[in-house]
Design a protein around this ligand. Sequence first.
Ligand SMILES: NC(=O)c1ccc[n+]([C@@H]2O[C@H](COP(=O)([O-])OP(=O)(O)OC[C@H]3O[C@@H](n4cnc5c(N)ncnc54)[C@H](OP(=O)(O)O)[C@@H]3O)[C@@H](O)[C@H]2O)c1
Length: 275
Amino acid sequence: MSSLDSFIELNDGVKIPNFGLGLYLVGSGSEAELSLLFALKQGYRLLDTAQFYENEADVGKAIKKSGIDRKSICVVSKVWDSNHGYEATIKSVKNSLSLFQLEYVDIFLIHSPGSGRNIDTYKALLELKGQGLIKSVGVSNFGIQHLKGLEEAGLPTPSINQIELHPFCRREKLVDYCREKGICVMGYCPLARGKCFNDPDLINMAKEHNKSVAQVMIRWSLDKGFVTIPKSSNPKRIQENMEVFDFKLTEKNHQILVFSLHFVYYIYTFISECI
Ligand SMILES: NC(=O)c1ccc[n+]([C@@H]2O[C@H](COP(=O)([O-])OP(=O)(O)OC[C@H]3O[C@@H](n4cnc5c(N)ncnc54)[C@H](OP(=O)(O)O)[C@@H]3O)[C@@H](O)[C@H]2O)c1
């Protein structure tokens, strides 16, 4: 069974933890810094932020204050859509670095593929990787056709595709495609944004394993082999979410969850898999 110290090796040789802290809506300033410091102290080593989240400066400050060796922390950020394009991406990533006050960012992703400037944006990230400012280049919210677009342009395969994944949003076709191509699958919203905690199957599984529903959902992601990044800004829940390495869901649990349905997620997954 994996542990908090388990790593996954990406297709470019970079190693990253398979569990980390999501940082969307953690707030900013001292509030965010406190949650981050607490998480780092407890053992979290992967931090998932984005230009859009406006907390890159807080991440950098917390890393410095923690006193933890920079090399043992994996920082993920994402180029926001309005910064897409070759020159704009270079400028925005350099701006992110100065907000972080870091010499490099471990992983930079294209936040989403909608801008129509994926190729130039991706080329800019590769250039920054060449300069040592980024260790690994990936994408987020890319469907199969977007990934094929990069391949057809003769570009190297992204190291990661970060997509929404939880028992109600399984994206099997896309996950299989990423795995065939050697792309690491990082799942966001592992707790379905807290919207499905009253699901009876999850509640039963939580009782069976003497865990919370949130822990069952995080374990589902880990059992599936996804890198997972639950968000919390509450110390008790930050702690709870990392206590998932002492149990596994059973085969029967997984079989039951294959049939999990939530109307909104069903429609979302159906549309996503069709385009
Ligand atoms: N690439 C993308 O487009 C994209 C999109 C969405 C998210 N993400 C990334 O993925 C991360 C996770 O997704 P998310 O933040 O949207 O949703 P999430 O992690 O699925 O759920 C977070 C919600 O669950 C609550 N929560 C956390 N732990 C809990 C627990 N043990 N018990 C009960 N409630 C709990 C949190 O509240 P408290 O904070 O109050 O605990 C928050 O309301 C983001 O922070 C971000 O880094 C990426």
